[in-house]
Design a protein around this ligand. Structure first.
Ligand code: ADP
Ligand code: MG
Length: 394
């Protein structure tokens, strides 16, 4: 998608949320709030090891049109599900009462109330450009957009630093998905033209300039279309292996093993599987730090080999890739990408490739061709320009 197409798509999704609101509830919304999906440039499975991640926000957004009702209770319509749901205060006293997609919205209300905020009753209408379940974090976009809307509507005194943790609680505790803090941090805190360097232990963030345009570069995001299978079981197994590694090494988390201590640490681990998992996490943290250094120096093209090394590490050491993503990475690299890697938790999801802007179409075509040769479902792809985090729309 070109910059102009992205502007049009953003305007469209906002209009669909507004129109949806008006047709569902009979009058126009009091306001509209948007929160983006995200892609992680580098730093995979480092978040729950107290390490580093470097996501940036996508131009694709989820938009919530909303009005406070003055009464208790919430009514929510989503274009994606085509459904309208309702829940009241009794549904947000204990986590898990509302099921299905509404759990992400009810969970956000629950997390705010559980933190002591007086959440206004409201009517909401949701439209989204973030593909659901593709690994671009439509769930965090939904939570972040709802949280931002309710915070504004209720005039809640809720500093931006505290917002990602509340949105994460909605997902962890209410929906029941044990994800890290990256997705909600990205959706809420990212800035246009920047990647968000997040220390998952201290939660300190730093905006790192990520100026693709002036370097003549682009990030191509390819949805691998691989069917996600056994994802949550594999995720739990990776977390357990990392925790076992940290325990064996006597450190609070793998983040505490520095890059130059890796060989000595690996020599102390008996289990070859744990060794591979530890090597991925420790080298991946180092690659995030190296990427940040290069971006700070404006040497954007040179991050390519780090991206590719990250992929190789996920493929061989962390063992979370599938043929579709490996083929997309290989095809992108053969077509001239400076670097490419799977992004997201693994077993499918998306691949990102750093390419010359004028080669993006060509690289996408080559990936599609490689897929066709192997009989895989044709991939979808987009250009991702670093966009801004959650905000109120004019
Ligand atoms: P991802 O976050 O990578 O897109 P998840 O499985 O974490 O994938 O979240 C996808 C789920 O989030 C959907 O199945 C749906 O329940 C919910 N969701 C996200 N966006 C919307 C939306 N706009 N409308 C309704 N539900 C949504
Ligand atoms: Mg998600």
């Amino acid at each position: 998608m070109s910059g102009e197409d992205q502007h049009r798509a953003a305007a469209d999704v906002a209009a669909r949320a507004t129109d949806g609101f008006t047709s569902q509830y009979g009058d126009p919304p009091a306001g509209r709030w948007a929160a983006p999906g995200r892609v992680n440039l580098i730093g995979e499975h480092t978040d729950y090891n107290d390490g580093y991640v470097l996501p940036f926000a996508l131009p694709q957004q989820t938009v919530v049109a909303a009005t406070a009702t003055g009464g208790p209770g919430w009514t929510v319509w989503s274009e994606q599900s085509g459904e309208r749901i309702e829940f009241g205060p009794d549904d947000v006293t204990e986590p898990g009462t509302v099921k299905g997609w509404g759990a992400y919205v009810a969970g956000t209300v629950w997390a705010l109330r559980d933190a002591g905020f007086d959440v206004p009753g409201a009517r909401l209408a949701i439209a989204s450009e973030v593909p659901l379940g593709a690994g671009l974090s439509s769930s965090a976009a939904l939570e972040s957009a709802v949280l931002t809307a309710l915070a504004d509507l209720g005039g809640l005194d809720l500093p931006v630093d505290d917002r990602p943790g509340l949105a994460q609680r909605a997902e962890n505790a209410y929906v029941g998905i044990p994800s890290g803090i990256m997705d909600q941090s990205a959706s809420i805190r990212c800035r246009a033209g920047h990647a968000l360097f997040l220390d998952c232990r201290s939660l300190a963030v730093e905006q790192i300039p990520f100026d693709l345009d002036s370097a003549g570069l682009a990030v191509l995001v390819v949805d691998s279309q691989a069917p996600h299978q056994h994802v949550s079981g594999e995720y739990r197994a990776r977390r357990a292996a990392c925790e076992a590694g940290a325990r064996a090494l006597g450190v609070p988390a793998l983040r505490d093993v520095a890059g130059d201590e890796l060989d000595a640490a690996l020599a102390r681990l008996d289990d070859p599987m744990i060794r591979r998992r530890v090597r991925h996490v420790v080298t991946e943290d180092q690659r995030v730090l190296d990427t940040v250094d290069l971006l700070r120096a404006g040497r954007v093209r040179e991050i390519g080999p780090l991206l590719t090394a990250s992929h190789v590490s996920m493929r061989d050491d962390f063992e979370i890739t599938v043929p579709e993503v490996d083929v997309a990475v290989e095809a992108a690299l053969s077509a001239g990408a400076y670097g490419a890697r799977m992004t997201g938790g693994g077993f499918g999801g998306c691949v990102l490739a750093l390419v010359d802007a004028d080669q993006a179409d060509n690289v996408a075509t080559e990936v599609t061709r490689a897929y066709a040769e192997r009989g895989f479902t044709a991939p979808r792809s987009w250009l991702a320009l670093p966009a801004s985090g959650a905000h109120r729309l004019p």
